[in-house]
Design a protein around this ligand. Structure first.
Ligand code: SAM
Length: 268
């Protein structure tokens, strides 16, 4: 059975209000396939019946929103930003006298981005202390990140073998990132529509592959709050398909090799 327009509209409105993720008409298949497992485990006959049941039960709304987030991630995703971090951004900060770096991995999904940053700094800048705040809306992703445990399949997505050997231990069928790296990352729930998390002002922010889900006004608001949470000489990394250009002119785009990084413009 396909979703009724009423069910779709309720879910799309709820998801937009709670996360700013835009679900346009035509995404009915996505709503149906993401909510089907929840409907099954609640014993509902189908997704329509499940949604009718949760409409009046606000304690279930976060579950529906979480199910509609896309949590796609991998180790060293798109590699270039991590190269720029190692060759340009951290050396610049260290050159200016920083011995401790405060980093925000915003919309961190299951933690691979935050741990990739932590491993790069531990391997290349041994005297530098790192405090990484990793945030997401989805509790299930934060729990996974906190556990630091990943399956073989997840490990295969971008983790170089020498890093697996150096920073992970086997725990039965999974691999767990070691304590030292785990200690440098704190996972916190944070909605990008709300105020930024504790742990700032941040020297470096990774805000990657999440602005694409938002409309322009929301992108602008999020970028403004991120800017307010950063050190004035800080650096912002966005996803390969994302830019501040045409959205928020308070950022300077710096091209480094094949990649870009952004800095708050002075006085903005
Ligand atoms: C595609 S993943 C990106 C993960 C990682 N940054 C990367 O580039 O690999 C997008 C993440 O954004 C999170 N997200 C979506 N809307 C959000 C919001 N309003 N506040 C915080 N996180 C949000 C989702 O839960 C999801 O984990």
């Amino acid at each position: 059975m396909t979703l009724t327009a009423d069910t779709f509209d309720f879910v799309a409105t709820l998801v937009r209000q709670k996360s700013a993720i835009q679900l346009e008409r035509g995404k009915e298949y996505l709503v149906e396939s993401r909510l089907a497992p929840l409907a099954r485990s609640a014993g509902a006959v189908d997704v329509d019946a499940f949604v009718r049941g949760v409409r009046g039960d606000i304690t279930k709304h976060d579950l529906v929103v979480e199910a509609l987030t896309t949590n796609e991630t991998s180790w060293f995703r798109d590699i270039n930003p991590f190269t720029v971090l190692r060759t340009t951004v951290v050396p610049d900060m260290v050159g200016k006298g920083r011995r401790e770096l405060k980093i925000w991995s915003a919309a961190c999904s299951s933690g691979q981005e935050a741990y990739s940053i932590a491993m790069i700094i531990a391997d290349n800048f041994p005297g530098i202390r790192t405090q990484i705040t990793a945030t997401d809306l989805a509790e299930n992703m934060l729990a996974k990140g906190r556990s630091g445990e990943y399956s073989q399949l997840e490990i295969n997505r971008g983790l170089p073998a020498p890093m697996l050997v150096k920073h992970f231990e086997r725990t039965g069928p999974t691999f767990r990132i070691n304590q030292q790296i785990r200690n440098s990352v704190t996972f916190r729930k944070n909605n990008l529509l709300d105020q930024p998390p504790m742990g700032g002002p941040f020297d470096i922010v990774f805000l990657r592959n999440v602005l694409i889900y938002f409309d322009v006004a929301t992108k602008r608001d999020v970028l403004k709050r991120v800017r307010g949470a950063m050190a004035p000489d800080g650096y912002l990394f966005l996803g390969a398909a994302e830019t501040t250009i045409g959205v928020d002119e308070a950022w300077e785009r710096i091209q480094v090799g094949n990649s870009s990084v952004y800095k708050p413009r002075e006085g903005k």
